[in-house]
Ligand binder design. Sequence first.
Ligand SMILES: *Cc1c(COP(=O)(O)O)cnc(C)c1O
Length: 217
Amino acid sequence: MGFEEVNARVEAAVERSGRAIGDVTLIAVSKVQPNARVASVLEKGCRIFGENRVQEAFEKWPDFKSRFDGVEVHLIGPLQTNKARQAMELFDVIQTVDRPKLAKTIARLAVELGHCPRLFVQVNTGEEVQKAGILPRDADAFIIECRDMGLAVEGLMCIPPADEDPAPHFDMLREIAARNGIAGLSMGMSGDFEVAIAHGATHVRVGSAIFGDRDYG
Ligand SMILES: *Cc1c(COP(=O)(O)O)cnc(C)c1O
C-alpha cells in the first residue's frame, strides 16, 4: 500500500467513525526495515515511528532524528528492566509498560534523568502465555500502582491473538481505558487498523502495509 495510501485509509476510517482527523495517530512500524525504506517514508512526511527492540532503534534513530525535525519514536516491543535507561533516553513514548518491576524502574529513572517518556500500559487481552502485557483482571490495580508512583498513563496498548476476531479485544481495551480515565488507545495493525479505528483507536501501529514485508533473512 505505502505510506500515502495507508494514511488516506486511516483518514477515511476516522471520518466514517465520525471523529476528527487529528484524533488518530498513524505510527509507522519500521522494525527490521532497511534504512532506505525508512528514509523514503520520512521524506513523504511521516514523523511517527514504532520499533520493538531497543538496540535496533539505537542503531537507526539518533541519526534519523538529527536529519529530520519532529521525529517521534515509540517503543512497542517488550522492555527488559536492564534496558529501561537506554529506552528512556531514546524513545518519546514507551507503549509496553506491563509489570510493577518495570514501572518502578521507570519511576526511579525518571527522577534520576529528569525526564520521562510518555507511557502506555500494555494489556494482554487474549491472556496468551507467550505475549507480554498485564492481564485484564490486573489492569485496574496496575494502573493505580503506576499513578501512585507518579507515572502518568497516557494510553493502553494491545496486540490481539493472531487467529481471533480482534474487535472484542479492542472493545475490552477501550472499556479498561474508559473506567480508568485514560484517553489513548493503541490498537490495530496492518490487517485490522480500520476495524480498530471504528472501535475507538487513537493510535494505530502499521508496519508491512506501509513498508512492505519484513525480511528477517
Ligand atoms: C510488528 C508490530 C506491528 C506492525 O505489524 P504489521 O502487521 O506489519 O502492521 C504492530 N504492533 C506491534 C507491537 C508490532 O510488534
